[in-house]
Design a protein around this ligand. Sequence first.
Ligand code: HT7
Ligand code: ZN
Length: 866
Amino acid sequence: PHAIYLEDYQPPAWRVERTALRFELEEEQALVRAQLSISINPEAGSRQALELLGDDEIELQRLSIDGEVLCASDYARADGRLVIPNVPDSFTLECVTRLLPQQNTALEGLYKSDGMFCTQCEAEGFRRITFFPDRPDVMSVFTTTLVADKTRYPVLLSNGNPVASGDADGGRHWVTWEDPWPKPSYLFALVAGDLALVEDHYTTASGREVALRIYAERKDLDKLDHAMVSLKNAMRWDEQVYGREYDLDIYMIVAVDFFNMGAMENKGLNIFNTSCVLAHPQTTTDAAFQRVEAVVAHEYFHNWSGNRVTCRDWFQLSLKEGFTVFRDAEFSADMNSRTVKRIEDVTLLRTAQFAEDAGPMAHPVRPESYIEISNFYTLTVYEKGAEVVRMLHTLLGPELFRKGSDLYFERHDGQAVTTDDFVRAMEDVSGRDLSQFRRWYSQAGTPRLNVSDQYDAETGCYELHVSQSCPPSPGQEHKLPYHLPLAMGLLADDGTELCSRVLELTEEEQVFRFEGIPSRPVPSLLRGFSAPVKLDYAYTDQQLLMLLRHDTDGFNRWDAGQRLSVRLLQQQTEAWCRGEPMQCEQALVDAWRGLLRDENLDPAMVAQLLRLPSEAQLSELADEIDVIAIHEAREFMRTALARALESEWLAVYQRCDAASGTYSPDAASIGLRSLKNLALEYLIATGREPWLELARQQFEQSDNMTDQQAALSLVVHSGFREVGAELLEAFYLQWQHESLVMNQWLAIQASDSAPGALERVVSLSRHPMFDMRNPNKLRALIGGFCGQNLVQFHAEDGSGYTWLADWILKLDRQNPQVAARLLTPLTRWKRYEPVRRALMRDQLQRMMDTAELSADVYEVVSKSLV
Ligand code: HT7
Ligand code: ZN
């Protein structure tokens, strides 16, 4: 496999104004007739042969130009390309291909999910359907006709609006769809199946009626209301906050069980992983309800940030993904608790994106090269990309940012553009020079801010000294300084806020002066996590405790508590390594007691404040990861806080339980459940029997999955093994008919760190509930073990590593995209102590030595071994 480089970009030599597709869907095969109206692109440098992309596996049955059939000598086909040297300036190319969707286990292109046909064309799936200039800067108007058996596939869907339909011979029927908006091939979609739907409608701000339809299997019809409400909220929000209206007569979402990612924003016909659309109180947790809301909104927002204005090439992926994640995060913040949403997003960034940025696959938000683009749908492109857009929002302020977004949409509507175009729109409305800011798109790695201060009591002058640096990353040894907003405040010892500002950093070293400060203040730095950086300031424990109590910035209150917990946990980790006894700081216990007793605080916020940093996050922060020491220290601290505050945990549990009424997925109720279940976690961590009974009662009596699953997972992950097994069995019997619930059943067992974990996951991989062709099952079992069960995955004998490598090699032949993603934990081998490091490396080498790796897995393995 070879790499593709951003610097090699050339405009397309040919345009495709119109594309007419006809799909004959049958039980053994699908026949596709594509008619492309092609003409020379006047913006291309020079005239070139016509080159179309088409996977080697598709069978080309017929090729003609303006009705004249071409013979084999008229074209060349090799390495996923079809080249026709002699073509007129403008012509119609017709091409008939034969596909085997039933055998498509990679879930790219046209495939079958259970009984239904569906497609996934982003990034490069369309070339698995027919020959086409399958690149995002070739935009075409599509008309699609689907023909299929009427009984098996009564529902036939594609992009745009339905314009004609009828019956055909042999019990078949057909429907024609027309999408008036030019789009790249990655936004093409079709669905054919026996689907049920819920239907609603939406009136846009300008008074246009839009039909809203969400399709799923009939058995899931009662799980679609939340997605529908979320969709309507998202449509209203985009009108109010961005002035963006929907532009077709119909908006459809289809839920499918077999899907490589979360969802796909195909024009007018979103296809969703069932896990991101189905929601019902009895089968869905609060976290999953919120994910449905966020993903429905995300895909809807793409209609403008992605579809109307799309990417010039795949290096620009963050143009649509970073912007759209920023938009969906703001939407979720407006629908729920803004601070809690920010805490959740920053936790993900710090845990997983920072780790990616420090690993062998680190890349800039706008990568410079790739072997397989599917490997670049990363936390860096999505989440860090969103942080970059957020920084623009902070630097410009909301009004100018909105003007910039208006200008961007107006200027580039119907075009395929670059991240540079996006920044240029922000520059043009603000009159600011953002050239240095653009380094956020081109430099990889997490910058570090080092802050120190000085106070002169006589003059009342306080100075902050800030220096910035960024570690080397693959292919980028030296980094230039970034332009970033540093939101901050100064607090007096009693918590009074003395000032609050957004400082702008541009230099490697800068000093900021504050006059008239009556006494040495405590700085509250990087408020709201105003930039995706690591910040060092030598806070004392006392200062952190003061910020935890008084900071006016909710995010920084939480962050102060986290900094303190991280510091104490790191001290215990070191103590454990030295064989010394571990201790739990009394000041922390007292601070937590204060939070638990304060009934005026928002329960959602208290739950965030009292959650210890995860093992994964502590690992990211370690110089060299010692999995066992981190686990032992965290368990010690959790148990100590559980026992020291047992009566407070119980009081909070009872208070939240009494306050929760019938289930509702609103922010306040979610907050109550989250604090209640955190209290239950600590009660269980005391190891005392009465709380086991409390958990069992909650498991048996709750009317919602959030509470039932929390109780189950707490008991399974506790020392109460027998009851854990009993509840697992009861849960299985109750929910075996619900595939998504069974994924949770698999994941809870896979993440159980008790001895014998590998045997348990091996046995689960043979359980009828597991299906290796379904990515959700793979993520639950393999992802659950390797990503959530750090102690057992990193077993000292290397058995976890061998198990994962065996799976990757097996899966690579079936679904390379998913195989490459599941491989991530092994890529971090350099971060571990020597024994594990060597064992992990051995498995990477074993994979590398295997013949015929897919490009996906090859890229990850080879880059990891460098
Ligand atoms: N834009 C969508 C990306 C996506 C995808 C990418 C590679 C392989 C399969 C995929 N399914 C969906 C999702 C999104 O960001 O909205
Ligand atoms: Zn997206």
